[in-house]
Design a protein around this ligand. Structure first.
Ligand code: C5P
Length: 217
């Protein structure tokens, strides 16, 4: 089965490109950030402190995250979280949850479970380095911090969440730092990854470029 990994920082455009790629190649799609976000929702809802690692492990092991490809809805333990899972509050807490080694190990197994069908587009931070080190094609997509904050701002506004661009730039810079500097599975390109800077590219251009690389594998 073919595997294409798509790693990169927040706002690099991975999600949009990943979905388009999955559709074009008729592959399964894993948005691994959603798993960390789902744990974050349950941590907040159950008033669990980040130091209560055992409880967080229990949450990660027992949560049930489902996707409806018909209407793009996301259900967590049967509840529609399609909007709440993408808020800034959840972005920040998910990045903290992502620093817990044992939680990452539990989610590792869940992520491997997405390997089915014709192939997989795996989107995240450590897809090419840790989860699917033998992938057929590894892409690391990035963009300038300004471009990423601008895209995220547009996305949040579109969903009715008003956050100032400056606050977002700060939040993205802080998440970049903690994602890149953490000891376990830091955000770094795999040695064999192709790096694409999407600052001045449209989503279609990025998708077409990756498809070309894929066809050449
Ligand atoms: O990709 P997204 O912004 O939805 O991910 C939310 C957070 O989850 C990231 O900031 C990162 O800390 C964490 N994450 C991770 N490893 C992944 C995917 C996401 O650590 N493979």
């Amino acid at each position: 089965m073919k595997i294409v990994t798509l790693d990169g920082p927040s706002g690099s455009g991975k999600g949009t490109v990943g979905r388009l790629l999955a559709r074009e190649l008729n592959f399964n799609y894993l948005d691994s950030g959603l798993l960390y976000r789902a744990v974050a929702i349950l941590v907040i809802e159950n008033c669990i402190a980040l130091s209560e690692v055992n409880n967080i492990e229990g949450i990660a092991r027992n949560m049930n995250l489902e996707f409806s490809s018909e209407n793009n809805k996301i259900f967590l333990d049967g509840i529609d979280v399609s909007n709440s899972i993408r808020t800034e509050e959840i972005s920040i807490v998910s990045s903290k949850v992502a620093q817990l080694k044992s939680v990452r190990a539990i989610l590792h197994e869940i992520q491997r479970g997405y390997l089915k069908g014709n192939g997989l587009i795996a989107d995240g931070r450590d897809m090419g380095t840790v989860i699917f080190p033998d992938a057929d094609l590894k892409i690391f997509i990035t963009a300038s911090p300004e471009a990423r904050a601008y895209r995220r701002h547009k996305e949040l506004l579109g969903r009715g969440e008003s956050v100032s661009l400056r606050d977002l730039e700060r939040s993205i810079a802080s998440r970049d730092r903690s994602d890149s500097e953490r000891k376990i599975s830091p955000l770094v390109p795999a040695v064999d990854a192709i790096i694409i800077d999407t600052s001045n590219m449209t989503v279609e251009e990025v998708k077409d470029k990756i498809v070309k690389h894929y066809r050449a594998t």
